[in-house]
Design a protein around this ligand. Structure first.
Ligand code: SF4
Length: 414
């Protein structure tokens, strides 16, 4: 095998960071299988050619496995004559487990199977949340899918459909967790499996679940339906731990790094080194809890906040999710069913009302939040905020009837 010269790619190996070029070269130079050496050699050749000519040469197409309408990203090379071994270089998206928990056995099995059918290149995980198995020809795609499907794995979403869900590592390893992230993730994804595999929506729809407002899976920025764990009573303060932290770091350090960094000035350090929290003003930014995890922790009355419409730039600029359910308890099976039902209503509404290639957030901007809320059957609430502390997204000042209903509900709830 004659190796392609790759002077421009070689430069990407300079510097302190790991380089994807080094990874591909390892497969080219060290992998025992000649098929993989040749495939990755031609892949590097095409990439170098792209850099030289400043053009991309991959084109899409239609490719799937039996019974599915999505989940494969087809890539056919336009310069396949020059680089025949990587002429077809498709990506398979495989859904990760909730919280991304894998056993080493499974990881080995994936790696072995992928080397049998594909190029050996894998990404854990792409921004979509999927495991990306990159580089199989059309024929091997079905073979690899059959193999992994046999031991319980499924394709993720691609195209205008419900996309692969993501959830953070959650209560298994994180003390800030306020909900059962993995159960929520599993229930939502299992309920919408058909909508993942058969693209039939105006555009993509993403579920992401974070266990606390640290939002480790970026749900507020990326998800059409973001579930974020939170609490509504007072945060828990271990005063002895606060004193220990002050003794260790000094008052100045705690004041400079915790007290003054609270965005709503809800914290004060007393003369005896105990801490007072003005819980009504805490906006759950998580800063103090992150800095002093032994001393501070979420309260006991835990639940979730639901936001819709987060997305990156598309027709309009980046949008954060808007709070549509400020607090929801998830204690009983009925509570979970209620959440899934709400998701169903939202997807139905989205399917019927969004324009082609329009995300939920853009649809809401176009038709107005109030119409969206009416359409999915959620009563308006002044706590539905777009920007915390700056403006209420649902203004009710000229909307007497809704305001009266809301006050009546509040009174009834005590
Ligand atoms: Fe302040 Fe944020 Fe701590 Fe709440 S979580 S008290 S807003 S620093």
């Amino acid at each position: 095998m004659k190796k392609h010269d790759t002077p421009m790619l070689d430069q990407l190996q300079d510097g302190p960071w790991p380089s994807f070029i080094s990874g591909i070269k390892r497969l080219r130079d060290e992998h025992p299988e000649q098929r993989i050496n040749e495939m990755t050699n031609d892949l590097l050749g095409q990439l170098q050619h792209s850099y030289e000519t400043r053009k991309g040469y991959w084109k899409g197409g239609t490719l799937s496995v039996y019974g599915y309408g999505g989940g494969i990203i087809p890539r056919f090379s336009e310069v396949g004559d020059k680089f025949p071994k990587s002429r077809e270089f498709h990506t398979l998206r495989i859904q990760p487990p909730a919280g991304n928990f894998y056993s080493t056995d499974i990881l080995r099995r994936f790696a072995d199977d992928w080397e049998k059918y594909g190029s050996g290149l894998v990404t854990f995980h792409g921004q979509t949340g999927n495991i990306m198995f990159i580089g199989a020809d059309s024929e091997s795609t079905q073979g690899f899918f059959d193999e992994v499907n046999e031991y319980g794995w499924d394709l993720g979403g691609a195209g205008p459909c419900v996309r692969t869900g993501m959830s953070c590592v959650g209560s298994a390893r994180c003390e800030q967790s306020c909900c059962n992230e993995h159960k929520i993730h599993r229930l939502l994804m299992n309920n919408f499996t058909d909508d993942v595999h058969r693209p039939a929506l105006p555009y993509k729809f993403k579920f992401k679940v974070s266990g606390c407002p640290n939002d480790c899976v970026n749900s507020i920025e990326r998800a059409d339906f973001a579930v974020i764990g939170t609490w509504r009573d007072d945060m828990k303060v271990e005063q002895e731990e606060v004193k220990a932290a002050v003794a260790k770091k000094g008052r100045k350090y705690i004041i400079d790094n915790v007290i003054t960094r609270c965005p709503t000035k809800a914290l004060s350090l007393n003369d005896d080194d105990t801490l007072d929290v003005d819980n009504r003003n805490c906006v759950r930014c998580m800063h103090c809890l992150n800095v002093m995890p032994k001393a501070l922790s979420p309260g006991d009355d835990k639940g979730i906040t639901l936001l819709v419409g987060g997305k990156r730039t598309l027709k309009i600029g980046d949008l954060f999710g808007t709070v549509v359910v400020p607090f929801m308890k998830l204690d009983t099976e009925e509570d979970y069913e209620g959440l899934v039902e709400l998701a169903e209503n939202m997807i139905d509404f989205f399917a019927e009302n969004a324009l082609e290639h329009e995300r939920t957030g853009e649809m809401i901007e176009r038709i107005g939040l109030v119409n969206f809320l009416e359409g999915v059957g959620i009563e308006v609430d002044p706590n539905m905020l777009d920007h915390p502390r700056t403006c209420s997204y649902v203004r009710m000042d000229s909307w007497d009837e809704e305001a009266e209903k809301w006050f009546a509900r509040k009174q009834a709830a005590g």
